[in-house]
Each structure stands twice: as structure tokens, then as C-alpha cells.
Design a protein around this ligand. Structure first.
Ligand SMILES: NC(=O)c1ccc[n+]([C@@H]2O[C@H](COP(=O)([O-])OP(=O)(O)OC[C@H]3O[C@@H](n4cnc5c(N)ncnc54)[C@H](OP(=O)(O)O)[C@@H]3O)[C@@H](O)[C@H]2O)c1
Length: 230
């Protein structure tokens, strides 16, 4: 088997909703195998020794140690954890100086496309609109506003630096993730909405990112890099 077709060994950090969705995505993807799951108290360094890449879907409390372990082991990292604090962000930046890291608060193709489209729409509408970003997620979600809402807000601010954004969050049932960006003036309303039907969309995106990141130069990448380079 050539190196281009070699089966990649993917380690997964976490055993929660997203980690399990990634494991299921790997079963659908014939070119990748699960090198193992890391969970609290496990030997991450030993797992990384037998992995080509690590996909992290834990929570912010674990991400700094995970990024440091990947850096030490020179193991590429794909991290989808949202709600990182400054220390978590710094750990991702430090790791990215030594290894390739894909960090994105939303791994879906739809949100990548919506994020790319937003600055153009915002610039075309101009400053005369009230802007609101609303999101709904399942009741287990810890962070609010969601990482995706903040990501959309940052894309808007890049186009309209003085924009004031009204964020709202709702936690209900098992909703995997709904987002809406609404521009409102006295005479019209423009809405962009994205609804996740199943977590498979994030998991497939993470597997895509993990396959893409193999063999890349050290650096910090996002889903837009993964999608634009394919
Ligand atoms: N980027 C994206 O596309 C995307 C999409 C969906 C979700 N997310 C984000 O992905 C993350 C995981 O979401 P989820 O729904 O899978 O959460 P979850 O079901 O609560 O799973 C969280 C996992 O993290 C582990 N964990 C938490 N704290 C830990 C620590 N200090 N040390 C080691 N392990 C720890 C948990 O282990 P225990 O069971 O031992 O606590 C569990 O396995 C969240 O930040 C969520 O917002 C991102």
C-alpha cells in the first residue's frame, strides 16, 4: 500500500456525544481507523505514540493538556472544543508553532460557507441595520453564546467594525445546533439560518480535517483552509 493510501490511525480525545459521533464517522470512512480513545486518567502520551493524528472533542478543562501532549509527541491535532479561555487559546497557539493544528468551533460545511458569505452580505447592507445572532442548543451544552455564534459575530465585525451584535441563547431538549443571523431595519429584515440535523455533519468535518492535516506544515488552520484546499 502506498503512503498516499495508507490507513491513518486516528486517536479521539473524549467519550461524549461528539467523540462517539467521530468514532461512527470513522467506521463509515474506510481509509481511517481508530487508534484509541483517551478519557480522564488515561495515558495520552502512550496513545499518541500509536496515532497519526488526534481529534479532540473534550471540554475546555482538558484542551490545554491535550494540546501540550500533541506538541510534545509531534502529533497533529484537530480540536473542535468551544468555550476555550485565554489559557486554552494560548495552548492552541503554542502547539501550532510546532505541529499542524486545525481548530474550529464549527466543523460543518454549511457554517463554513455561511461564515464566508457573511462579511460580503454585511458590507453590502451597510451599517444601518440592527444585527442579532440567536442560537439554540441541547440542554447539556456548557458555553453560551455558542462558539459558532461568536465565530459568526467575529466574521461580521471584520466587515463592520462598529457593529453592535445582540446575542441570544436558548437551551432546549436535544437540539444539536441552530443558528440565525438577522439584520433588521425599519423597512426590511434579512435572515440567514443554519440548522444541524445530526452531529454527523460535525463528525464528518472533523474526520475530513484530520485526513487533511496529515503531513501539513506546523501552523494554525481552520475549516475554511481544509475546505478551500481540497
Ligand atoms: N467544533 C464543532 O463542530 C463542534 C460541534 C459540536 C460540539 N462541539 C464542542 O465539542 C465539545 C464536546 O461536546 P460534546 O457534546 O461531545 O460534550 P460531552 O458529550 O459533554 O463530552 C465531553 C467529553 O469531554 C470529557 N471531559 C470533560 N472534561 C474533561 C477533563 N477535565 N479531562 C478529560 N476529559 C474531560 C468528558 O469526559 P467525562 O465523561 O469523564 O466527563 C466527555 O468525554 C464541546 O466543547 C462542544 O461545544 C464542537
Amino acid at each position: 500500500m502506498s503512503s498516499a493510501t495508507r490507513i491513518a490511525r486516528m486517536a479521539i480525545a473524549g467519550t461524549g456525544r461528539m467523540a462517539m459521533a467521530v468514532a461512527a464517522a470513522l467506521e463509515r470512512d474506510g481509509d481511517t481507523e481508530v487508534a484509541g480513545h483517551w478519557s480522564r486518567g488515561g495515558d495520552l502520551s502512550a496513545l499518541l505514540a500509536n496515532a497519526d493524528v488526534l481529534v479532540d472533542f473534550t471540554l475546555p478543562e482538558a484542551t490545554t493538556a491535550i494540546a501540550e501532549a500533541c506538541e510534545d509527541r509531534r502529533c497533529p491535532l484537530v480540536c473542535g472544543v468551544t468555550g476555550l479561555d485565554a489559557a486554552g487559546e494560548a495552548a492552541i497557539e503554542r502547539a501550532a508553532a510546532a505541529i499542524p493544528v486545525v481548530y474550529d468551533r464549527n466543523m460543518s460545511v454549511g457554517i463554513a460557507a455561511l461564515t464566508a458569505a457573511l462579511p460580503e452580505l454585511a458590507a453590502a447592507l451597510g451599517p444601518g441595520y440592527r444585527v442579532a445572532i440567536s442560537e439554540t442548543h441541547h440542554v447539556h451544552k456548557k458555553d453560551a453564546p455558542s462558539g459558532t455564534a461568536l465565530k459568526l459575530g467575529e466574521a461580521l465585525t471584520a466587515a463592520l467594525p462598529d457593529v453592535s451584535i445582540d446575542y441570544s441563547s436558548e437551551r432546549r431538549g436535544e437540539v444539536p445546533g441552530d443558528h440565525e443571523v438577522c439584520f433588521e431595519s425599519a423597512s426590511e429584515t434579512v435572515r440567514l439560518a443554519h440548522s444541524v440535523v445530526t452531529r454527523d455533519v460535525f463528525a464528518d468535518g472533523a474526520v475530513r480535517a484530520a485526513r487533511w492535516v496529515l503531513g501539513r506544515a506546523p501552523g494554525r488552520y481552520a475549516m475554511r483552509d481544509v475546505l478551500s484546499a481540497e
